[in-house]
Design a protein around this ligand. Structure first.
Ligand SMILES: CC(C)(COP(=O)(O)OP(=O)(O)OC[C@H]1O[C@@H](n2cnc3c(N)ncnc32)[C@H](O)[C@@H]1OP(=O)(O)O)[C@@H](O)C(=O)NCCC(=O)NCCS
Length: 250
């Protein structure tokens, strides 16, 4: 991703740390799972971003006034969402400066990404860099064929991020206004994986003809069925061989 040089210091590098991995030499930004133990940091982030996060995020309008218990509840709810829709706290110099989550998309082939960044860290390229990283992860590690973002037409900062990472607007729709500045006029932005095989395309989104879904779902169902059959056969083979005194490593 090419970026113009700016006078403001920009973030350089991202390192993702899962809960199970040990710490290692980190770049500027560290992405890691967050939970109730991060509630104080989340409270500080929401307080320092009062009248900012809530502009376009309905849930965040009063988040700067939440009690610690409310922050614990909010983080716990996100922590409980199962793979592949996990969330990441974004840390800069050990400080929580943002939050990014995968969320269900319009089909099983796609995922949505939702995000926010601390007001004090705005404009340093954090959202652009982290979004780019999570899009690559969605395509190459999670196997999603497209990533979707739902953005208010008045949310210029988020649109800049989205365009920079290579998303395109495919659909306009209306919904209840979200946040203090939300207009209720939303756009669905999409980026398709270069390795997509189902036939998913921006044009299909634009014309709302999701013809690729039925065959893709059939392939998916056949693959799941094949895995289950192999598991059953392996168990049967194991049971049979155990009667013969032979102990296979399966
Ligand atoms: C949208 C958001 C995540 C962007 O985070 P960020 O780390 O500041 O993003 P980046 O620095 O990568 O890029 C933001 C760009 O928008 C620009 N920008 C910020 N506010 C702007 C505004 N009000 N009008 C025009 N441009 C604006 C920045 O200058 C920057 O552009 P540049 O890199 O060309 O200078 C952050 O503004 C935020 O958390 N907003 C509140 C929550 C929200 O709207 N979340 C997204 C919901 S879809």
């Amino acid at each position: 991703m090419s970026r113009k040089s700016k006078t403001k210091p920009r973030v350089k590098k991202i390192v993702e740390i899962s809960l199970n991995s040990s710490p290692f030499d980190a770049g500027d930004i560290v992405l890691k799972s967050v939970g109730p133990m991060d509630a104080i940091a989340h409270k500080k982030l929401c307080q320092s971003s009062a009248n900012y996060l809530g502009n376009f995020l309905g849930w965040a309008v009063d988040a700067h006034n939440w009690s610690l218990k409310q922050h614990i509840g909010w983080l716990t709810r996100h922590m409980k969402i199962a793979q592949p829709y996990e969330s990441y706290g974004t840390f800069y110099n050990d400080n929580l400066v943002g939050f990014f989550s995968y969320f269900v998309g319009t089909s099983f082939l796609t995922t949505q990404i939702c995000y926010y960044v601390d007001k004090r860290m705005a404009g340093k390229g954090i959202a652009s860099e982290v979004l780019e990283t999570l899009v690559q992860k969605a395509f190459y590690m999670k196997g999603f064929e497209a990533v979707e973002l739902h953005i208010d037409v008045d949310n210029i900062a988020s649109q800049k991020v989205t365009k920079r990472v290579g998303f395109e607007p495919v659909q306009d729709y209306r919904c209840a206004r979200s946040g203090k500045k939300g207009s209720g006029k939303m756009q669905l932005w999409v980026k398709i994986s270069p390795t997509a095989t189902s036939g998913i395309s921006l044009d299909q989104y634009r014309s709302e003809s999701f013809d690729y879904l039925a065959p893709a779902y059939l392939n998916y169902a056949v693959a799941i069925h094949a895995i289950n059959s192999i598991k059953v056969l392996a168990e049967e083979l194991k049971a049979y061989l155990s009667g013969t005194g032979f102990s296979p490593k399966i």
